[in-house]
Design a protein around this ligand. Structure first.
Ligand SMILES: C[S@@+](CC[C@H](N)C(=O)[O-])C[C@H]1O[C@@H](n2cnc3c(N)ncnc32)[C@H](O)[C@@H]1O
Length: 214
């Protein structure tokens, strides 16, 4: 999706993807990633998700990337803290305590900026991107966070029911995107719920992606 599309969604308050509570798959399946307090979890395309709060409450170090600066600032406002703000070449780094959010285009974020990551949590990030951007996204994440486990939350529905985002990313596509370099375990599926259920019917899936030897 074009960056302007997302900025407009935020400006118009069309953020039906924002859940007011931690995502159920995160709370049910995060332990499968085997991360201890102090580990560094990256949340690409994080929005202002309450999932960030849930991860921080587990004693994790959390980094996110989000193109909409108001969303980034909303997270720190929620915590009632004033972040340290640093301009990088193409992004702005907001940081306080264990939370760092990169305001800007994920594709401009570098592995040096982000630092070493222990796990990735992707909810509504892969599925936010149209088919032609998904390979570039997966490749970029491999550069940013090589060889780390991922918890991935996706949707699978008949794409003719509506245009994305969120897009349907069926199992065969997940396998073709990740089977080179990851074992892929299907953890759970539940019917699509919330505002999205008014637009389509299908399943929300949780996947555990693990590099070899983990
Ligand atoms: C479907 S929302 C999901 C947000 C969050 N993961 C959640 O669960 O609420 C996708 C988010 O990705 C952001 N986004 C889209 N393209 C981006 C890009 N190239 N770089 C950084 N953020 C981007 C959008 O602004 C939006 O907040």
């Amino acid at each position: 999706m074009e960056k302007a599309f997302w900025q407009q969604r935020w400006q118009e308050g069309k953020i039906g993807f924002h859940e007011g509570a931690p995502n159920r798959h995160l709370s049910e399946h995060f332990d499968a990633l085997g991360q201890m307090p102090g580990a560094h979890v990256f949340v690409p395309l994080c929005g202002k998700a309450v999932d960030l709060d849930w991860l921080l409450a587990r004693g994790l170090r959390v980094s996110g990337a989000e193109i909409n600066v108001d969303a980034v600032e909303a997270v720190f406002d929620r915590f009632e803290v004033t972040p340290d703000i640093t301009q990088y070449s193409a992004l702005v780094r907001y940081s306080k305590g264990n939370l760092t959010l990169w305001a800007g285009d994920l594709f401009e974020l570098t592995a040096d900026d982000l630092g070493s990551v222990d796990a990735v949590y992707d909810r509504a990030a892969l599925v936010a991107l149209p088919p032609q951007m998904r390979t570039a996204y997966v490749t970029h994440l491999r550069r940013l966070c090589p060889q780390v486990p991922r918890l991935l939350v996706t949707y699978d529905y008949d794409q003719s029911q509506m245009d994305g985002p969120p897009f349907s990313v069926p199992e065969n596509e997940i396998r073709s995107l990740f089977e080179d370099g990851f074992s892929i375990e299907h953890l759970a599926s539940v019917p699509i719920s919330g505002p999205l259920a008014e637009r389509c019917s299908g399943k929300e899936h949780a996947w555990l992606l693990q590099p070899p030897g983990s």
